[in-house]
Ligand binder design. Structure first.
Ligand SMILES: Nc1nc2c(ncn2[C@@H]2O[C@H](COP(=O)(O)OP(=O)(O)OP(=O)(O)O)[C@@H](O)[C@H]2O)c(=O)[nH]1
Ligand SMILES: [Mg+2]
Ligand SMILES: [Zn+2]
Length: 219
């Protein structure tokens, strides 16, 4: 990158992020006014974000009134999976975008009837890097790791860990088959985020989901 490109690009990027923050702030105010608790669920591709939401929606049926936004570059597959458990689901197609932005969330919310909704889940694009930098107007950021990704991922993604209000460690059912250093993983997390709760879960067996549901309902 030439020196000139660098000086031109940085202010442009800053303006993009400022514009994003303004829209996110408006969304946050609107959601607060409606009493909607909104979660930005972030995690690597295949870590189990949709599986967790499927299990969560199933468990909350009849108790809460959730809505779901889900971002992917292509396909409606996750939206279709989640629509089996929730009648307010919008799939956001990002095309070549590797993260969700506040404007996409705002436009997707405009497609939903939010009357009576008390909980909003936003499944971000599978990516541990840039979703962290884009405020969506959420109340809380939840970071999902899984055992199959390896125990070094917290240390390698410091911003993801530092920004999280809650960390979930999924696929705990696979522990007997993997050599995941759980204590080392937690030690890496603690250096970056001393107080974030870490919950071990399995979206497929349901192990640990009670603690996740308690965290949700306590908020
Ligand atoms: N054994 C096991 N498999 C899981 C668990 N959670 C998810 N999976 C599997 O992991 C794969 C990926 O799960 P998804 O829920 O699609 O993952 P995702 O994070 O939504 O993936 P993207 O949306 O593509 O980023 C699927 O085959 C799931 O069945 C778990 O707790 N245990
Ligand atoms: Mg998914
Ligand atoms: Zn991105």
């Amino acid at each position: 990158m030439s020196e000139q490109t660098r000086t031109v690009r940085l202010p442009v990027m800053r303006r993009v992020l400022e514009a994003n923050d303004d829209i996110a702030a408006a969304t946050r105010a609107e959601l607060a006014l409606r009493g909607i608790f909104a979660i930005d669920l972030m995690g690597a591709p295949g870590s189990g974000k949709t599986a967790l939401l499927e299990a969560t929606l199933r468990a909350l049926a009849g108790r809460r009134r959730p809505a779901v936004l889900v971002g992917d570059l292509a396909t409606r597959r996750d939206g279709d999976r989640l629509a089996r458990w929730c009648d307010r689901v919008v799939q956001i197609s990002t095309g070549d975008g590797c993260h969700l932005e506040a404007i996409q969330v705002r436009d997707a919310l405009a497609q939903l009837d939010l009357d009576g909704v008390d909980l909003l889940f936003v499944e971000n694009v599978g990516n541990l890097i840039c979703p962290v930098g884009f405020d969506l107007g959420q109340t809380a950021k939840v970071g999902l790791f899984s055992l199959t990704e390896g125990d070094d991922k917290a240390a390698k993604h410091p911003y993801f860990v530092a920004e999280a209000d809650l960390l979930l460690l999924n696929k705990i059912d696979l522990a007997p088959h993997l050599s995941f250093d759980r204590a080392g993983f937690e030690a890496d997390v603690r250096l970056l985020n001393p107080s974030v709760p870490i919950l071990d879960i399995s979206a497929t067996t349901g192990e640990g989901l009670d603690a996740w549901l308690t965290w949700l309902t306590d908020r």
